[in-house]
Write a protein that binds this ligand. Structure first.
Ligand code: P6P
Length: 336
């Protein structure tokens, strides 16, 4: 149940009992992500200033060695999750291997693992385009009380217990699901609180926006090329428009509100696509399905993909249900 202008903290407490594993630990985990998001937001929002000052040398505005923002975001999320002793393991786009959190309680009683893309689209920072953090949460499958193992991270997306993103845009929003719908919270920077601004977010069943990097068109599978031409054909019942920000979280967020589809197909430069299954595609696919949308690689449901490695890439088609189904129709007919 949600009421407008509720704070994120109030919402988490009010909806905790609805979550089948409600032990308070997941609530504390979401709260720690909220805290890290505020810290990263503060840094992202002054990136230009820091860069200007940083250009005078390698010292940033606080007198620290200037760090790349994605390294900074990675460190803040890991620090926050570790310090609060909530998770037993973390995997990140910025880390080659997973991090086993040696719990202060030597019995390793924590039961959740988190996978994150700490700052997706970070190359956009330099040109003042919005970026995002993406997170995915699972219950561990190895015995509680033992150090976390790779199989705790290599779970299918349909096993996620929670997922979400932070979009550092014209306003900063945290959007997440625990499997009971999708809710969006907007940060009021004046007081540092997130407020429920987008309750029960839903993908429109269809839409007129398609998001893809058409610079790779010649490398796309024929089915994708056929779909793009289908969108571009002149027809009054298909007034499509192309919108591609180069930031997955921002394109996804706009498409969820307005209706649309995001595609990152495979191509010669990206034989398996560019996006990572575990901490980009799976969390966004969970959100999409919870919002009534759809997500696949053109054939197989994203959440059914069987992971084989932490940083594996998959082709990604995600958004309004009927638009994804249309792409899948073209892929079945024309394939690769
Ligand atoms: P390209 C950012 O690097 C990212 O992972 C997504 O956020 C974004 O949609 C995509 O890659 C952009 O990739 O190849 O189109 O520049």
């Amino acid at each position: 149940m949600s009421t407008r202008n509720q704070t994120l903290g109030e919402f988490i407490i009010e909806n905790q009992t609805a979550f089948k594993y409600s032990s308070g630990e997941l609530s504390r985990l979401i709260n720690s992500i909220r805290l890290a998001a505020k810290v990263v937001n503060h840094e992202v929002n002054k990136a230009g200033l820091v860069d200007i000052l940083g250009a005078a040398g390698d010292v940033n505005i606080q007198g620290e060695n200037q760090q790349k923002l994605d390294v900074y975001a990675n460190e803040k999320f890991i620090q926050t999750l570790t310090k609060r002793n909530i998770v037993c393991g973390i995997a990140s786009e910025e880390e080659d291997d997973f991090i086993a959190i040696n719990s202060q309680d030597e019995n390793h009683q924590n039961k959740y693992v988190v996978l994150i893309d700490p700052l997706d689209g970070s190359s956009n920072i330099d040109v003042n385009v919005s970026v995002g953090t993406i997170f995915s949460i699972y219950r561990r499958i190895t015995p509680v009380g033992t150090p976390v193992k790779m199989e705790d991270f290599l779970q299918k997306g349909c096993e996620q217990v929670a997922a979400g993103y932070v979009v550092y845009g014209t306003s900063t929003m945290l959007v997440y699901t625990t499997g009971a719908g999708v809710n969006g919270f907007t940060l009021n920077p004046a007081i540092g609180s997130f407020y429920l601004s987008h309750p029960n977010m839903k993908f429109p069943e269809t839409g007129t926006i398609y998001s893809v990097n058409e610079g790779n068109y010649l490398d796309f599978p024929l089915g994708i090329k056929k779909y793009i031409k289908y969108c571009q054909e002149e027809s009054e019942d298909r007034p499509y428009t192309s919108r591609y920000i180069g930031s997955l979280v921002s394109d996804f967020h706009r498409n969820m509100i307005k209706g649309g589809i995001y595609m990152y197909p495979k191509g010669s430069r990206n034989p398996n696509g560019k996006l990572r299954l575990l901490y980009e595609c799976n969390p966004m696919a969970f959100l999409a399905e919870q919002a009534g949308g759809k997500s696949s690689d053109g054939y197989t449901r994203t959440l059914d993909e069987v992971p084989t490695s932490l940083h594996q890439r998959v082709p990604f088609v995600c958004g309004s249900k009927k638009m994804v189904e249309k792409v899948e129709e073209f892929m079945r007919e024309f394939g690769e």
